[in-house]
Every structure is written in C-alpha cells, then in structure tokens.
Design a protein around this ligand. Structure first.
Ligand code: PLP
Length: 238
C-alpha cells in the first residue's frame, strides 16, 4: 500500500477507535478523554508511527526493549511518551528507563527493586504499574492477585518509583463474559488495596483492554487501553 494510503487508513482507524473509546467511557459514566489510548506500535515501523503521532497518538507502548529503543531513536524528533508494556529483563532496565515515561509491566519484587535502584542512579522518579496475572494462565506474566498485597506491605524503601496502579490482560481466546469478570476482578483488587493500604498507596490507574476487548475493559473501569492491531486494521498481513 502506498504511504499516502497508509496514512489515510491509520487516521480513519484512530478516529474509529477514539469513537468507540468515547462510547464505552460514556457507558461507565466517564468522558472519552478520561481513558488514555496507549497505541501499541509493535507491529509497525517508524513511518506508520509518524502517521499515528499526527493523529494525536503520542502515548505509545512497546513490549520489547530493543524494539522500543530502535523506534525511540528513529523518532527522537517527535514528542513521544513511550510505555514499556512487556517482559523487561533486568539487564535492559537502564536503557529502557532512559527512554520511557512509564513501565507498566513490573511483574515481581526483583524487577521492582532493579527499576527503583536504577531510577535512583538516573536521578529519575519512574511511574510504574504492577502487572497482575488476572487470567491465571501459566503463559501470562505478572503477579498472582494474592501476591500484590504482600509485595506492597513488604514494599522496600522504593523512593524512585511512583506506583500508579495495576495492569492486566484477559484470557487468550476467552469469552467476553470471562474478560469482563477478569477486568472487574482487577478493578476490585485495586479498590481493595486502596482501602487496606490507605495512606501508603494510591492506585489510580487500571491499564486493561486490548484490540479485542477494550470496550469491555473501559466499561469495567480501565483508565488506559493498550491498543495495537485495531489501529492498523487493513494494513497488516494476515
Ligand atoms: C501487543 C500487546 C497489546 C496490544 O494488543 P492488540 O491485541 O494488538 O491490541 C497490549 N498489551 C500488551 C502487553 C501487548 O503485548
């Protein structure tokens, strides 16, 4: 497809997604702009990301540190805000923290400790989300729901991270009802932690929902939706 047509298609897709976000937010008594669209760019290269940015999509998610670094370098002239949303090995933390606004995929105490320490060395205070395995699938990363409170209670002196909330993914190939239950479960966990650990944590963000289920996630209280393939409909092979 010619670049011009790709740009047009992306603009159409973004407009359609924003409309659907607005409608889903309205069904949960909110405005569309209360839900952050995190555009997941792992399927596309810098040219398509420029097209996205021109449509106002400047909060971007990547799930691989190396890809994130390459794209951030190629697009350094744009005011982009990168979110790390995938597995982060500890030896990639420093490079990643130099580039991102937020790490959404903190999946255990060791990564938390590494991010806190290295953020301190970089003189940064890094916003993070804890990734919770809400589907219970062995293939998914994240803390078990019952591990989150003990981690926060044992919260070491994490001075260089700012815990903003929770992130989760619904079961692969699950039904819409199942996804809804899983998203509601993450919201309830967030609310429970805010009560039980009042004064110690303030979990505002719920990052949940992808191309196939973001409307359900928003209805259940998502404040961030991580959307990839739906933004590039008509452009990807297969
Ligand atoms: C790829 C990815 C997404 C986006 O998935 P789509 O179904 O393409 O919208 C969201 N979150 C994470 C962690 C991902 O890896």
């Amino acid at each position: 497809m010619a670049m011009f047509d790709r740009v047009k298609q992306i603009a159409q897709n973004v407009a359609a997604i924003r409309g659907r976000i607005e409608d889903a937010a309205a069904r949960s008594g909110r405005r569309g702009d209360e839900v952050e669209l995190v555009a997941v760019t792992k399927y596309v290269g810098p040219d398509d990301i420029r097209a996205l940015a021109r449509c106002g999509c400047t909060v971007l998610g990547e799930n691989r540190p190396q890809e994130l670094a390459a794209k951030a370098a190629a697009l350094a002239d744009l005011p982009l805000r990168w979110h790390m949303i995938g597995t982060l090995q500890r030896n990639k933390v420093r490079r990643t923290l130099e580039l991102v606004e937020m790490v959404q995929s903190i999946d255990g105490p060791k990564l938390l400790e590494a991010v806190d320490r290295i953020a301190g060395e970089l003189g940064r205070r890094v916003p993070i989300l804890l990734e919770v395995n809400i589907s219970g699938e062995a293939s998914k990363h994240g803390l078990r729901p019952d591990e989150v409170e003990p981690l926060l209670t044992a919260w070491p002196a994490c001075e260089n991270v700012e815990l903003r909330g929770l992130m989760g993914m619904s079961s692969w190939g699950g039904t819409p009802d199942q996804a809804r239950r899983e998203f509601a479960g993450l919201r309830e966990l967030r609310d429970r932690l805010n009560v039980r650990l009042a004064g110690r944590v303030n979990l505002a963000e719920l990052s949940m929902g992808m191309s196939g289920d973001f409307e359900t996630a928003i209805e259940e209280g998502a404040t961030m939706a991580r959307i990839g393939s739906a933004l590039f409909e008509g452009l990807l092979d297969g």
